[in-house]
Design a protein around this ligand. Structure first.
Ligand code: GLN
Ligand code: ZN
Length: 769
């Protein structure tokens, strides 16, 4: 096929769309079913209506092929587990009794049975349910969902393409089932899994599928030669099947690197590749292997996981290059649009001029269609769209929001000294000991206390105008008084104010920083029926006035014990927001760090001697490729040090992280140069204390002794036992006593009892280590 006819054929497609519906109807329907307020039939009907209305919208917007099977009641990886019959033994009875209830049992657990583990879907903020596979796992094809949804779309008269998680990615995302050897590699099950995929393909073809998409994003991560061979074998096998639809092999989230030649050589009918951000390298790599002569290329040129408008002119030039490299080129967002909110037009409270810079799922679909039209019919046919796009891009680039000279000058003037405490830890600790006068094994908490229904109601009342700000603030002060007096009575050494004024640890700060945008309807699925509204880092960041000082000083006025100031760190502020795409992350991080540095310094000036800067996202933001880790860790740790580097030696800086997989970032933790770090450790029996000790971590640490993910109250003996385990790795003068994480999701009765036991355990171990 010539380049010209490839262009004439150009279509527009997508790999997936937000599932929730315009008013989060799906969340409501599922939660209603859980609570017994709706029947399974009602839930199915709502879901089917949402799917139909999404497909119709996509087709009306101009997609020439709509995706099917991306819909899910909870998670598409769990759907894949069901599709290949890999139901864990402990859930089989429930699934046999009732498929839907069994499905939700795998997702959420029941009174008696633990759910599947949940973890992040690559480097997005979506969480999937981890398949559990062992040497005994037998796969069977269960194609009802995929076939049913395809038929629904075909019944609307639409061209539809089922989108499935590919077999290699499915196995690479799995973990050994309970009871399987810990070093069991699920990928060894590939030969058993492929026949099941073959059956799925046959069933979908019989149901009318012309094309099927198999997603293999795991191939953008570092892969061993054996893993790449497995991928080559998988697609050689599936490609050589006779009874199959055409196969489109997809990848996204980063460049394919050494996996690209493997996929390009596979006997499949097309590839869907990401050409945005770091994945833009796929363009040269594809040219280097000679392209995909005679095959279909779906070009992901619209960033599917961020919320900014596309540079249409730039995308068109990428597409023009790609035309020469494949038999047919279609246009698509780079990945499923699951990761962005539904519709930027719903954001009526954002200034219209700024709203024009935003593209959510609906706008990205329109961009995709425009690009396909430009490619197929020539750019004159989309002249109006191109002109409007150029104007919007220019307005963004030239806006004082995007470029604040004062912020830029300050960031440019940062020196290495700014990002360093004035004295090394060995000298700081002497000053801090004299200043704080704490006992050995000091007790503290991670920051939040239970967010009660009354607190949430008060916040909703304030937003709705039912109470005034003064009434609301009095309510918050009351809560702080209760939290402080409880901690004093319990005998905790370093107190917190409890964070009652915070809706969310990122949003609370985003709302007070200039340059950040909040959305009203910008919901994105985090997992299951949990949706979050990430704020948008839209412009240069500055802090017009103190954000937390009022509450911390109020709390401090109630007690003579030290009250810890509590902030969210710069890396976490970036990780849980939509970030700018017009400057390196390092630059945005530096601006946020400088704004937070002002807050840290103001807290110190107001008399706060202990300040905690939380960085739970430091580990999860690690890039997908190891070669990109050093650059990331360099700017991330610098941002933290810049936030905290301006305080006196006798002011104690704490940090907190959640997850306990620290092996790969223990050096980075060290590089933060925080005086004290608290970490999750209760479930892993202080594993992280041993890891820190093995690394030679020189400063203070509080591995958690109270598992806050469970309502269970740890006994004094149990907490004391964990402390003694901790003491084997970290000496008493550097060991802190605290829970695993914040207490905001827990109830007061269990928190009271648990913290009393925690203090009792610390006292016991102090007197009898
Ligand atoms: N200070 C926060 C809290 O206690 C930390 C939460 C977190 O690490 N996710 O809620
Ligand atoms: Zn935590």
């Amino acid at each position: 096929m010539t380049a010209k006819s490839a262009a004439a054929a150009a279509g527009a497609t997508a790999y997936g769309y937000p599932r929730q519906g315009p008013n989060r109807e799906l969340k409501r329907a599922i939660e209603g079913y859980w609570k017994g307020r709706a029947t399974a039939a009602e839930l199915r009907r709502t879901a089917a209506e949402l799917r139909r209305s999404t497909w119709r919208q996509l087709a009306e917007a101009g997609l020439t092929e709509v995706p099917t099977g991306d819909f899910s009641y909870y998670d598409h990886v769990l759907d894949t587990t069901v599709m290949v019959g890999a139901i864990p033994a402990r859930h089989r009875a429930a699934v046999e009794k009732d498929a839907l209830d069994g499905y939700f049992a795998m997702a959420r657990g029941t009174q008696d049975v633990a759910p599947l583990e949940m973890t992040k879907w690559f480097d997005t903020n979506y969480h999937y349910l981890v398949p559990e596979l062992g040497p005994d796992t037998e796969f069977t094809a269960e194609t009802a969902k995929q076939v049913g949804e395809l038929k629904e779309a075909l019944a609307l008269g639409l061209a539809a393409r089922p989108v499935l998680v590919g077999p290699v990615t499915y196995l690479l995302l799995a973990k050994p089932a309970p009871g399987a050897p810990a070093d069991f590699q699920p990928l060894t099950l590939l030969d058993r899994l492929l026949p099941v995929y073959a059956e799925v393909l046959a069933d979908l073809r019989a149901a009318g599928a012309e094309w099927i998409q198999l997603d293999e994003p795991a191939l953008v991560q570092d892969r061993t030669p054996a893993e790449l061979n497995a991928a080559a074998r998988a697609y050689r096998d599936l490609g050589s099947l006779t009874d199959r639809p055409k196969l489109l092999l997809a990848s996204y989230f980063d460049r394919l690197g050494e996996a690209l030649p493997v996929l390009a050589k596979a006997p499949v009918d097309g590839l869907a590749l990401d050409f945005t951000g770091p994945a833009a390298a796929n363009l040269d790599d594809l040219a280097a292997v000679g392209g995909l002569p005679g095959k279909r290329l779906v070009a992901g040129v619209v960033d599917g996981r961020n919320i900014w408008i596309n540079d249409l002119g730039k995308s068109l030039s990428t597409l023009a290059t790609l035309l020469g490299l494949a038999g047919r080129v279609d246009v698509a967002p780079s990945c499923s649009l699951l990761h962005v909110p539904l519709d930027a037009d719903a954001e009526r409270e954002i200034e219209p001029q700024i709203a024009r810079w935003l593209a959510f799922a609906r706008q990205k679909t329109a961009e995709t269609v425009t690009l396909a039209r430009g490619l197929a019919q020539g750019t004159d046919r989309i002249a109006a769209e191109l002109a409007a796009n150029r104007a919007d891009l220019a307005s963004r680039a030239g806006s004082p929001i995007t470029r604040n000279p004062a912020v830029r000058a300050r960031a440019a003037a940062v020196t290495a000294t700014d990002a360093r405490r004035s004295l090394p830890y060995a000298e700081r600790t002497v000053a801090q000991r004299a200043h704080l006068n704490l006992p050995p094994l000091p007790t503290t908490t991670i920051g939040s206390f239970p967010q009660t229904g009354e607190l949430r109601t008060a916040r909703a009342d304030l937003t709705a105008g039912r109470i005034d700000r003064e009434t609301y603030e009095r309510r918050i002060e009351e809560e702080i008084r209760d939290v402080i007096s409880f901690q004093e009575q319990t005998g905790i050494d370093v107190l917190v104010h409890g964070e009652p004024e915070r809706n969310d640890m990122v949003q609370y700060f985003a709302e007070q920083l200039t340059g950040y945008l909040a959305t009203r309807h910008g919901w994105v699925q985090s997992y299951g029926t949990r949706y979050v509204r990430p704020p948008v880092l839209a412009g240069d960041i500055s802090r017009p006035e103190p954000m937390t000082v009022r509450w911390t000083t109020y709390a401090q006025s109630l007690t003579s014990k030290p009250v810890k100031g509590m902030l969210t760190g710069p890396v976490t502020m970036l990780a849980w927001s939509f970030v700018r795409d017009d400057q390196p992350l390092a630059e945005t991080a530096r601006q946020v760090a400088l704004a937070l540095r002002d807050e840290v310094n103001d807290l110190e000036a107001a008399g706060t001697s202990v300040i905690q800067v939380d960085e739970p996202a430091l580990r999860e933001t690690l890039p997908l490729r190891a070669e990109d880790h050093p650059a990331y860790l360099a700017w991330a740790t610098e941002a933290f040090r810049l936030t905290t580097g301006g305080v006196r030696p006798d002011t104690q800086i704490h940090t907190h992280m959640c997850y306990a997989e620290f092996g790969d970032i223990v050096q980075a933790i060290d590089d933060l140069d925080a005086d004290v770090i608290s970490l999750e450790a209760a479930r892993s029996h202080m594993q992280v204390a041993r890891e820190l000790a093995a690394h030679g971590y020189p400063r203070e640490a509080g591995p958690g002794v109270y598992d806050i993910h469970s309502p269970r109250v740890p006994s004094t003996e149990e907490a004391a036992e964990l402390l003694r385990t901790g003491l084997k790795a970290i000496p008493a003068e550097r060991l802190w006593v605290n829970p695993d994480c914040g207490l905001k999701t827990r109830g007061w009765p269990e928190v009271r009892a648990s913290l009393q036991n925690l203090v009792a355990a610390a006292r016991e171990v102090r007197s009898a280590p």
